[in-house]
Design a protein around this ligand. Structure first.
Ligand code: GDP
Ligand code: MG
Length: 298
């Protein structure tokens, strides 16, 4: 048996390029939440995958980061930016994710943050959106002139295309060392956190444009009773009017959010879940540093 490989792989890029979708695709679980809205990911999420690559036992420790945020300067965004920088300080490989055909100021800003000592793989995502395949090569060439990348890998995170090629490239850059985690570990995050994230994802996917940014989710109770998880969750909103929008006519909206979140939790936890949700007004939570800390933002 050959010596095992193990290392930390940070996934970085501007908001909405598909970082969370990519990490989920690589580890084969819907762990990190995703939506078509930018800045869905607020926390650093670790996704661990252990599998042989070319007969070498390999443990990938992926770190999904919030997109680096430059527009608004509130306490939440400052905290998220700090999370990105911390994620980069001590990793073995960086995946810099961009969208095919689009590299702009925001992408380059993230690239500049990547330490020179760490190998960076340029991941060109959303290849499925490209109609004219002749445009791929010139774009990859243009990228190649921007930095001395360890590799440039075009793929589609959503369609699961070419992910194996990326795994091979990354495994080639990981050091030979024992695993950090047990082989069946999926994440370092507790189930309570994952449960709150599932609800946040539904808010991003099911509630109007700006509203999800002003909400967060707290788990008030998480116990196992009679073989099922019993979870009580509060959705914190900024204003009374927001509360009404989340609850919806006759409670329909909240019912759908809770029901979809519960189904996802049952899949992720592989067991039955009883979920109850409330909506509570907590004005200014996104600008309250101590409240953020108590909500688990680092
Ligand atoms: P993040 O902000 O970088 O974490 O981006 P997400 O993973 O949340 O994805 C943002 C949006 O891009 C979501 O609507 C995804 O479904 C979509 N997306 C991600 N990967 C792909 C892909 O390979 N192809 C297409 N067409 N859409 C993708
Ligand atoms: Mg994300």
């Amino acid at each position: 048996m050959s010596q095992s490989k193990c290392g930390v792989v940070a996934v970085v890029g501007r908001p909405n390029v598909g970082k969370s979708t990519l990490m989920n695709g690589l580890i084969g679980e819907h762990l990190s939440i995703t939506s078509s809205k930018p800045q869905t990911t607020r926390h650093r999420v670790l996704g661990v995958m252990t599998q042989p690559v070319k007969d070498v036992p390999t443990q990938f420790i992926f770190v999904d980061t919030p997109g680096f945020q430059t527009k608004h300067s509130n306490a939440l965004n400052k905290t998220m930016n700090r999370a990105v920088l911390t994620a980069l300080a001590d990793v073995n490989v960086i995946l810099w994710v961009v969208e095919q055909g689009k590299v702009g100021h925001a992408d380059l800003k993230v690239l500049e943050l990547c330490p020179k000592e760490v190998p960076v793989v340029a991941v060109v995502n959303k290849l499925d959106q490209l109609n004219d395949k002749n445009l791929v090569l010139p774009f990859l060439q243009k990228l190649g002139e921007m930095r001395n990348f360890a590799a440039i890998v075009p793929l589609s995170a959503q369609a699961g295309k070419n992910l194996d090629a990326l795994k091979e490239v990354v495994s080639g850059l990981l050091p030979e060392q024992p695993f950090f985690y047990e082989e069946d570990t999926l994440t370092d995050r507790p189930e309570k956190f994952l449960a709150a994230e599932r609800i946040r994802e539904k808010l991003f996917r099911l509630v109007g444009d700006e509203l999800p940014y002003t909400c967060t989710v707290v788990i008030d109770r998480f116990v196992i009773e009679e073989g099922r998880r019993v979870i009580h969750a509060s959705i914190l909103v900024d204003r009374q009017s927001h509360k009404a929008m989340i609850i919806g006519k006759g409670g329909e909206k909240l019912k759908r959010i809770a029901s979809e979140a519960r189904q996802d939790m049952e899949r992720l936890f592989d067991g039955r879940v009883h979920l109850e949700t409330w909506v509570k007004v907590r004005s200014g939570w996104a600008d309250n540093a101590s409240l953020l800390q108590s909500l688990g933002y680092e």
